[in-house]
Write a protein that binds this ligand. Structure first.
Ligand code: UDP
Ligand code: MG
Length: 338
């Protein structure tokens, strides 16, 4: 017969687990970064409202973050604001990049559930009910994973596969391959993300780093509704470097291993040279081996210096502690501009 032990703390934990604190009818925020999306904005708003109106929500809001668009995007957002009081709009002083736009949107969002999606309608709003369903069943983060990358060019697909492979090997977090920035978050997760002070933002890594119960739903990405992708190969490359350096120090540390290996090899070679000179005497020719060794070593040193530079550069940006973005205008917020 087992005696009942009194463990009030444990009982409390169990009771809390049995009755989830999340509201049955949540307030929802949808965060959309926009950069030159005037072509798809109205259609996006229409489809989004169609989906949101059908959901049982205590309250809803749509947070549009205009990332310094050069077209009429913000004017159109402002026009929508007049018709739809659930819209909040932030306009950046210039183009600060999608990561900054997402960060601003997540900070402005007030819902119990927060959906983050692209503004070009490649992320179908019709997926939101399924994601919300997962949240109701206990998931704290739901990532919409692209079933195929057919809408991407071949080279881009291959490079992205290589990137995910490399990232998996060298970094401290695992990325969901094919997981874009279409996600649903619980309030807890967004609070955790908002608490991260780093300036080199890499959302795919951050969402994986914070943890929490994570689930996936599949979707087929649509073609862009209008306009062109703002991500050139060069920009994607820089972004990949940002991600790697933010979540891995292996590129930095690997040089001590390489150096150790090189030192061991040159030690052995040097020993053999001394021995050979003592036994067979001085032997002048050796131009080729010297040249090869000098060129190879300087190559290695330059590479390691470059890697060091990448990290030092990022330390520099963090230390400067500039804000992630500057806001030029805010619409639909109750409190006056911060
Ligand atoms: N975006 C942004 N700032 C930028 C570039 C893009 O806010 O500097 C937004 C863009 O409006 C869209 C989302 O990020 O809502 C995804 O951009 P895009 O479609 O160009 O990327 P892709 O789908 O090609 O990865
Ligand atoms: Mg897109």
């Amino acid at each position: 017969e087992t005696a009942t032990v009194s463990r009030p703390d444990l009982h409390q934990t169990l009771a809390a687990a049995a009755t989830p604190t999340q509201p049955a009818v949540p307030a929802m925020s949808v965060v959309v970064p926009l950069y030159n999306e005037s072509g798809s904005l109205n259609l996006l708003h229409e489809r989004l409202c169609g989906v949101l109106d059908a959901l049982p929500l205590a309250r809803r809001e749509i947070v549009f973050v205009d990332d310094g668009s050069r077209d009429t995007t913000f004017a159109e957002v402002a026009a929508l604001c007049l018709r739809d009081p659930t819209i909040k709009a932030i306009r950046f002083a210039r183009n600060f990049g999608k990561e900054a736009a997402m960060a601003a949107g997540l900070r402005a969002a007030t819902g119990d559930v927060i959906v983050l999606m692209d503004g070009d309608l490649q992320h179908p709003p019709e997926l939101i009910p399924e994601m919300l369903e997962r949240w109701h069943k206990g998931a704290r983060m739901v990532t919409a994973v692209r079933r195929s990358r057919d809408t991407d060019p071949w080279l881009r697909r291959k490079l992205s596969q290589a990137f995910y492979g490399l990232f998996r090997r060298v970094s401290e977090v695992a990325l969901t391959e094919g997981g874009g920035d279409y996600r649903l978050f619980d309030r807890t997760v967004v609070d955790a993300i908002n608490s991260l002070p780093e300036r080199t933002r890499f959302m795919k890594g951050i969402t994986s780093w914070v943890g929490f119960r994570h689930e996936q739903v599949d979707f087929e990405p649509a073609e862009r509704a209008a306009g062109a992708s703002a991500w050139s190969m060069w920009r994607l490359g820089r972004y990949a470097l940002d991600g790697l350096s933010a979540f891995s120090t292996l590129p930095l540390r690997v040089w001590s291993l390489i150096g150790l290996g090189m030192a061991a090899l040159s030690g052995a070679y040097g020993g053999w040279l001394v021995l050979r000179t003592m036994i067979w005497g001085v032997d002048v020719p050796g131009y080729a081996s010297i040249m090869v060794a000098v060129l190879f070593m300087s190559g290695i040193q330059l590479i390691s210096l470059g890697v060091l530079g990448e990290y030092v550069g990022r330390i520099f940006t963090e230390v400067k502690a500039r804000p992630l973005y500057l806001v030029a205008e805010r619409l639909g917020f109750e409190e006056p501009r911060r």
